[in-house]
Design a protein around this ligand. Structure first.
Ligand code: GDG
Length: 502
């Protein structure tokens, strides 16, 4: 089996890090299970004049960034342009700041440092929006290996993406990959819409996309969690209330403007106002560790949240009951499962989210005999798989306040039924199925020149045949000689793609 090379902006040594986000935990699992090599930034800033070098520690290969690189590439283009645009926040994107050149330069620099570590048959898997140009930069340096790309955040509607002045350069960079993986089918539809409408991409009969001079495959691979990590949860004794009757609502979100935190607090305040019988009976514990504090758009959110929490606590609080526990610190990962299990409700209500792992972690940590209730935003990618949650529009404060009441009053039978179905979804798309299906697909794309390795389900083949015949009666039939068909995920997506192109 080929060696897997993972590349992400940030590499985290889980044995040393006090806490880590979902992407890092997922990638660490690939490193452990498949013996992959993980390359990326170690989070440190290089001293002035310090030489570049790759630090090897076991399976990790890390580099430092200079202060200028960190400013232009990470805080700048990645987090002040791409992050907001991909989350539909054109209003906070800083297009005019001129970060793009630094973004491409840092990707080129990372490719330069990675190149000598590569072997001919390595499979390279690049992660997230920080590294869109990395595949093209590796190709420019002669790398012909299979290279896949996975986007952890949503792909926006095509007109939104076209607002980025450099959208075409980004599309050319994407074309360097053999496979692009996205979280949801909706993201796949958005990306294919953009490729078709924005840069003249064309679906070829085998379901892949011809973009500029390359053929690539696009499919959805919903990211998941290590279910066992959370399923062994015990209630957290430190969370036991002075009043046993008090129910806890839990929120765990990086302090990010996409996570819908002010809306969540407002909904909780409205709930206390509208249903006063619950005053003194419910608390909202919101864990919101700081993130990207040097990016301008993040400066206000903390202040806004603290003001809101203060005003709701001041208005409703009692000597022995504080309605909102707001924790602006990171909580050790080993404690999270117990916190989830001790909470009657989880409110996962982002305004936009690629997937949202907290929703899956909460479900996995529940007691099957007496499970809690998940309230989930209709704008989280997780909603595609977790339709048995209580789904809300986080912008609708009135509705969200009512849903909190519904969750609190839900009978045990209904809670159990919803939990069973949610847990089945969480198990079906766990972290292993995520990376295994992506890597298997990448492997198949690599074998695309060998038609015998490709088979699509009958209905897709028939649809493709019809399309090919309609467009060009002389064209060879899909699956025939010289053609390749993308099976499984990509077949669904070719169906989507065809719809999009009609
Ligand atoms: C991106 C996409 C996509 C949070 N607070 C603490 C803490 N966490 C952990 C959670 C979870 C992870 O961080 C957060 O993952 P999310 O999925 O909720 O969100 P993002 O960080 O925005 O992740 C997202 C994800 O990538 C994976 O593809 O789902 O859509 O935006 O694991 O538990 N962990 C600890 N202390 C905290 O205070 N230890």
């Amino acid at each position: 089996m080929s060696r897997i090379i993972l590349v992400s902006n940030r590499v985290v040594d889980l044995r040393k890090a006090p806490q880590a986000g979902g992407v890092a935990v997922a990638l660490a699992d690939v490193v452990r299970s498949l013996g992959a090599l993980w390359f990326g930034w170690n989070g440190e800033i290089k001293a002035e004049g310090e030489e570049d070098f790759v630090r090897r520690e076991g399976r990790l290969a890390t580099v430092k960034l200079s202060a200028t690189e960190h400013q232009g590439y990470y805080l700048g283009y990645a987090n002040s342009v791409l992050w907001p645009v991909f989350h539909n926040r054109l209003d906070v994107a800083q297009f005019e700041a001129g970060f793009f050149d630094q973004y491409v330069d840092v990707n080129g620099h990372l490719a330069e440092l990675l190149r000598p570590l590569l072997r001919d048959d390595d499979v390279i898997w690049v992660h997230d929006y920080h590294l869109i140009p990395l595949g093209a930069e590796l190709r420019r340096r002669g790398v012909t290996n299979a290279i896949g790309f996975y986007l952890h955040i949503p792909f926006p509607p095509w007109q939104t993406f076209m607002a980025i002045p450099e959208h075409e350069q980004l599309a050319r960079a994407l074309a360097a990959y053999d496979l692009i993986g996205l979280q949801t089918k909706a993201d796949v539809a958005n990306l294919i819409d953009y490729m078709a409408n924005g840069v003249n991409g064309r679906i070829v009969p085998d379901g892949r996309i011809r973009l500029f001079d390359r053929l690539l495959s696009v499919a959805s691979f919903p990211v998941g969690i290590d279910v066992a990590d959370f399923a062994k949860a015990k209630r957290d004794a430190r969370l036991v209330q002075a009043r046993a009757s008090v129910n806890r609502i839990i929120g765990v979100d990086r302090l990010d403007y996409t996570k819908g935190l002010p809306q969540k607090l407002k909904a909780f305040g409205r709930f206390l106002e509208k249903y006063p019988q619950y005053q003194g009976q419910v608390v909202l514990t919101q864990i919101a560790p700081p993130t990207r504090q040097n990016v301008d758009a993040y400066a206000d959110i903390r202040h806004q949240l603290e003001t809101l929490a203060g005003s709701i606590n001041g208005r409703f609080g009692e000597l022995d009951w504080v309605p909102i526990h707001y924790i602006h610190r990171s909580t050790p990962r080993r404690r999270l499962a117990g916190i989830y299990r001790s909470s009657r409700i989880a409110m996962v209500t982002p305004l936009r989210d690629g997937m949202n792992l907290v929703a899956k972690e909460y479900v996995a940590a529940q007691d099957a005999d007496d499970p809690g209730v998940l309230i989930l935003s209709q704008f989280a990618g997780a909603v595609e798989e977790m339709s048995e949650a209580l789904i809300v529009n986080p912008y609708n404060i009135e509705e969200s306040a009512d849903v909190i009441r519904t969750a609190l009053e839900m009978q045990l039978d209904e809670r159990r039924a919803r939990y069973q179905s949610l847990m089945a979804a969480v198990r079906k798309h766990d972290v292993r199925s995520w990376y295994q299906s992506f890597l298997a697909h990448l492997e198949r794309v690599r074998g695309a020149d060998d038609p015998s390795r490709w088979r699509s389900p009958e209905p897709i083949r028939a649809a493709l045949e019809k399309l090919v015949e309609a467009k060009d009666p002389q064209a060879p039939s899909p699956g025939g000689r010289g053609s390749s068909i993308v099976a499984d995920h990509a077949s669904e997506d070719s169906e989507l793609a065809l719809k999009t192109c009609q």
